[in-house]
Design a binder for this molecule. Structure first.
Ligand SMILES: [Zn+2]
Ligand SMILES: [Zn+2]
Length: 447
């Protein structure tokens, strides 16, 4: 893995950041190649639409947490084998890699990726195939649900695999299908998440893809595809801070070291630091302290305070500078109070950096899949993160979003990813299948 991602110098923040569709940019209007492939893919996709829905519902009803996707991986691998593919399992614990070679001459290699993991969420969609599953998270039995749409991602990529395996006589080169575990971050105690582990275990070798593409369903106008070149989704860091003081009576704070007072200073300092040192018009940045755990009784000042939070950034250099400032600030605040501090940072996901030339190339291909009025290749950035970014540190790639809000529902009113009510309009599944298929085929046709 490269030690640092590419720096992002000129990120322009469009007004009204979010997932609402903007007018398509000029490059999305280019005419697709007229070789009959668009129609052939549309027909082949329609023919398997029912199966894609069936796969999605099965996977939705049987979700599994990160690195526990045993049944999920077996389900996916069985279907890929039935399509006649060469399938490798256990790549990054539960990851699956399938390889499809075309019958025509060609040496290009392209990868398509889906994630597989679900979340510790109690589903409240009311769907007939809603999850009743449980899993183990941090030693606790928890409800599990596909509250981030990874069930839809798997079904769409399986659908693409099905279509492409029936079109081998129409392409040359190799397509690598990557089904990745643990996208939602490394489970507690694990050194890395699914993308990093799959790369570590050779998912991008034998054959080595030249480029990689992935889709995520999010609230957005039904069936629309949107992304932006360069920084699209934030880098996500987990921050852990511990302050060590000296326990004392609440009535005698001067006889100890008050970590409660120091903790409140740390939160204020970090918030102010972000707001006062980052240009919000060029690099959106969020630094949030989300948990503070300290103390047991109203009249005892404890000896320890443990805090955690998240840092979301769009520029590698700026992120590194902010981390160093925060580390120093925490240390100084602790020092003023006579406490000591520990500061650690763990990168869950790097910046989702969409390769600019590849982003430009992709727009007309997505127009073939979804129609010009449904493609926006100049979407605003979003502060959610994705470990697809780790693949993009290895090879150029583009990650794009698929609007999955129910037809006629304002995306702003539809349940966000990770909420108990999150759901995907199944009419968007064929759009994702066509997008994957055409991306692979058009990439392999590149001179
Ligand atoms: Zn998620
Ligand atoms: Zn997700």
């Amino acid at each position: 893995m490269r030690p640092t991602a590419r720096p992002l110098r000129h990120l322009l923040l469009a007004a009204g950041a979010g997932v609402v569709l903007l007018a398509p940019a000029a490059q999305a209007r280019q005419a697709p190649a007229d070789d009959g492939l668009t129609d052939a893919v549309a027909a082949a996709t329609s023919a398997i639409e029912g199966r894609v829905v069936e796969w999605r519902r099965h996977l939705h009803e049987h979700p599994e947490l990160g690195f526990a996707e045993t049944n999920t991986a077996a389900y996916v691998a069985d279907r890929l084998r039935a399509m006649g593919m060469e399938v490798r399992t256990g790549v990054g614990r539960t990851g699956v890699v399938a390889i499809l070679k075309g019958d025509l001459p060609g040496s290009r290699v392209v990868a398509l990726r889906s994630d597989m993991d679900a979340l510790p969420v109690l589903e409240a969609t009311g769907l007939p195939f809603a999850s009743k599953a449980t899993g183990t998270y941090q030693g606790q039995t928890v409800p599990v649900a596909h509250a981030c749409g990874h069930d839809a991602h798997m079904a769409m990529l399986l659908g693409a695999a099905q279509v492409l395996s029936g079109m081998k006589d129409r392409f040359g080169g190799t397509i690598v299908f990557i089904f990745q575990p643990a996208e939602e971050g490394a489970p507690p105690g694990e050194p890395m998440g699914g993308a990093a582990l799959m790369i570590h275990e050779g998912a991008l070798k034998d054959p080595a893809p030249e480029a990689i593409f992935g889709i995520h369903v999010v609230p957005g106008k039904t069936g629309t595809l949107f992304y932006r070149p360069q920084g699209f989704m934030a880098a996500s860091d987990r921050v852990d801070i511990t302050l060590n003081g000296r326990q004392t009576h609440g009535a005698w704070p001067w006889r100890g070291v008050d970590v409660i007072a120091a903790s409140s200073q740390v939160v204020n300092t970090i918030n102010t630091l972000t707001a006062r040192t980052v240009d919000p018009t060029t690099t959106p940045t969020v630094f949030t302290i989300s948990t503070i755990n300290a103390g047991v009784r109203y009249n005892i000042i404890p000896d320890k305070s443990v805090m955690s939070g998240t840092l979301r950034t769009f520029d590698v250099d700026q992120r590194n500078a902010l981390v160093e400032r925060a580390r120093a600030a925490v240390d100084h605040v602790a020092h003023i109070y006579g406490a000591t501090s520990e500061f650690s940072i763990f990168q869950n996901a790097a910046l989702v950096y969409n390769d600019p030339p590849l982003s430009q190339w992709l727009a007309p291909v997505l127009v073939e899949a979804a129609g010009a009025e449904n493609v926006n290749p100049a979407s605003p950035p979003t502060t959610v993160a994705e470990d697809f970014s780790f693949f993009q540190q290895q090879i150029p790639g583009v990650f794009y979003h698929l609007g999955g809000s129910k037809t006629g529902v304002d995306p702003a009113d539809s349940a966000p990813n990770h909420s108990p009510q999150f759901d995907v309009d199944e009419s968007v599944l064929p759009v994702g299948v066509r997008a994957h298929v055409l991306t692979a085929l058009r990439f392999l046709q590149r001179p």
